[in-house]
Design a protein around this ligand. Structure first.
Ligand code: ZN
Length: 241
């Protein structure tokens, strides 16, 4: 049988039959796939490391269709430092949940894969604010799915945002305060808007430079996750606001 090699991050794992597990893995090459790890729940299994969420490995797989079978796995990196901090576990779980709920099987999305890998790497670094990493991740995920926020000027009248902006939750569009007349909206203060624009301009690797008060980042996170919930019609289980 033809073997293929997939680099992937484990999103979740469920027990299967007596000794096996079935993983949901977000891969660079083929997007989200299901991979069976035969015998991994036996004491002597060498692939136990690959059966946990957050594992980043190269999987050798055979088969096609709904569930691929893993013949070998090699760890490529570890994001397990995240598990030293409860908040960071919540942020990482939210990322995995968002990827799982917004991607389709066998639909590769290399930019989103790289964003997830870099975001999880950043969450391992205690010098980078965890909530800022999650906010950057959601901002990119929205952009990647075609729901990017227009942070420069109002789409309706073209004016630069002055004194804040208004996010229409029904459409996902950001408007100036004069044009934003939706009955279902979130208001962004000038400070929040400015901090959101800065977050948008920085790369994930540069988030160590992002020195914004935690309360403002929390507000940004609330806005972005609410926008995510509306755009994908999905309430996250791993994080609540
Ligand atoms: Zn306007």
């Amino acid at each position: 049988m033809q073997e293929s090699i997939l680099k992937g991050i484990v999103l979740r794992a469920i027990d299967w039959s007596e000794k096996d597990k079935i993983l949901t893995v977000f891969t660079l090459e083929q997007g989200k796939v299901s991979i069976a790890l035969k015998g991994v729940r036996q004491q002597k299994s060498k692939l136990k490391f690959a059966s946990q969420p957050l594992c980043f490995a190269e999987f050798s797989v055979v088969g096609s269709g709904d569930i691929l079978r893993c013949t070998n796995a090699m760890e490529l990196g570890s994001f397990f430092d995240i598990t030293n901090d409860y908040d960071r576990i919540v942020y990482a779980s939210a990322m995995l949940e968002m990827i799982d709920s917004t991607t389709l099987v066998y639909e590769s999305n290399a930019p989103l894969f790289l964003c997830l890998a870099k975001s999880l790497q950043a969450l391992c670094d205690n010098n980078i604010a965890g909530n800022a990493v999650l906010a950057k991740f959601v901002l990119f995920l929205l952009y990647n799915a075609g729901y990017g926020l227009n942070l420069v000027h109002c789409k309706v009248c073209g004016a630069k945002y002055d004194g804040g902006a208004s996010l229409d939750l029904n459409t996902g569009q950001l408007n100036c305060l004069l044009c934003g007349d939706s009955d279902n909206k979130l208001l962004l203060s000038p400070q929040v808007l400015q901090s959101l624009s800065l977050l948008d301009r920085l790369d994930i690797d540069e988030l160590g430079k992002y020195k914004v008060p935690s309360g403002v980042v929390e507000e940004i996170l609330h806005i972005l996750i609410t926008d995510f919930s509306y755009r994908f019609n999905k309430r996250l289980k791993s994080i609540k606001f």
